[in-house]
Ligand binder design. Sequence first.
Ligand SMILES: [Ca+2]
Length: 494
Amino acid sequence: MKRWIISLALLANPVAGDERPNIILLLSDDQTTWSMGCYGVPDVETPQMDRLAQDGLIFDRHYVSTAICMASRASIMTGNYEYRTGCNFEHGPLLSEHWSRSYPVLLRAAGYRTAFAGKFGFLVSEAPGAPGRLPSADFDRWGGGPGQTYYQTGRNPSMKRYAAEYPHSTRAYGAFGSDFIRDSAAQDRPFCLSLSFKAPHRPVTPDPEYDLLYANRTFTKPPNYGRRYGEHFSLQSRQGRQYVRFAEWGYETDYDRVMARYHQQIYAIDVALGMIREALEDAGVADRTVIVYTSDNGFLCGSHGYGSKVLPYEEASRVPLIVYDPRHSELNGQGRRCRSLTGNIDLAPTVLEWAGVPIPEDIDGRSLVPLYRDPAQSVRERLALINVWGPAPVHSLSVVSREWKYVFWPFGAGRFTPTEELYHLAADRWELSDLSSDPESRPQLLAMRRAYDRELENWNEKAVPYHGYRRFGTIFDRNLSWPEKRRRLGADSE
Ligand SMILES: [Ca+2]
């Protein structure tokens, strides 16, 4: 008993010779997997991302549970689905009771030195309706900003000291991270660095340092590029901004130029990643610093004739994930891949396990630590994909399993009929065939409907009673007619 108490005390207090790893989480903003050499994409230059993937483990089936900035970031930090964080645009900030269980707060309480820089993406409030604040005081070093932040480093007050040397913010975040690594390595405390790059989020603002990199380059389009590969998608899916942005954002007529600027922004992140790794080597801590690289959501970039994010389709909801844990030298350096199903909600419990911090029992996420040793293991049977943002017709709830994806579009007013889609991802990675009406896929359809209903049960049990989440338990019910939903929810359901 006495030994147990002592070991707990060791966990909570920094001591000399601390064996816990340092942890770095690098988050890009709106980055599709179709932008990285290590995901099999030709014509792009991502040497540092490819090197990280070669050194560690790259995930081929990693999804964000909500494919939009604010909700995804709250889910990444807390390990919970959006209906439990209660946090998204049009809904509200994250309540402090949830923030207090986020990985940055828990690691700092456990003795980690913590830093954040970049687009934080959400605010924290004390109660529903109360004003939100940036939790800058909860970090030992802060280079973050509210809202979308700015590409011009000098316009971000917490990053001003980097503006002269790095006027574009992407490499400035690399410099911030490098400084924090050097300062932390001089102390006897493990550190946790979270960098959230603004890139490649719009407005399109590449670092001019790399203007020549992709000049006149032609880019290979993914096999599902273009409107003819979206004809089987629901009418509901075409009612949001994503459909018109195929043309508005130039994917239809100016693909190579648009993608050159997109990839140029990602290249600057690649350079920043190289700065971080060099700083780890210089500070002598590279062998005990775990690195995670991921994005808050994907980007459609013309796949199926859509642009932007939000939708449950692969290019919007599936994102890059690379994990490099240098403490496993016997496993590293082989470019290993993990094809198990994982989600953004799994990152917080993973970080907590690395840090030796108890994982909250009721958390939705599952630690990915076992996958590092054995990528063939499974940590989850299924993951919910949520959209309750934007116009009502585009609201959807989906479930992905090891092999399948089921999408339910509930909107049934006027000319719309509630619709479902079914994709056999194991055989149709580009989502070219909706099998929801295929007689041979009927058993899988029924199984995925059951999986969907179980996710909806979780929603009804656990959704926060504020910020407008409870009503979606009714809206997403497959077994109620639209008029019945309207009757139950009142006139605001349209
Ligand atoms: Ca985003």
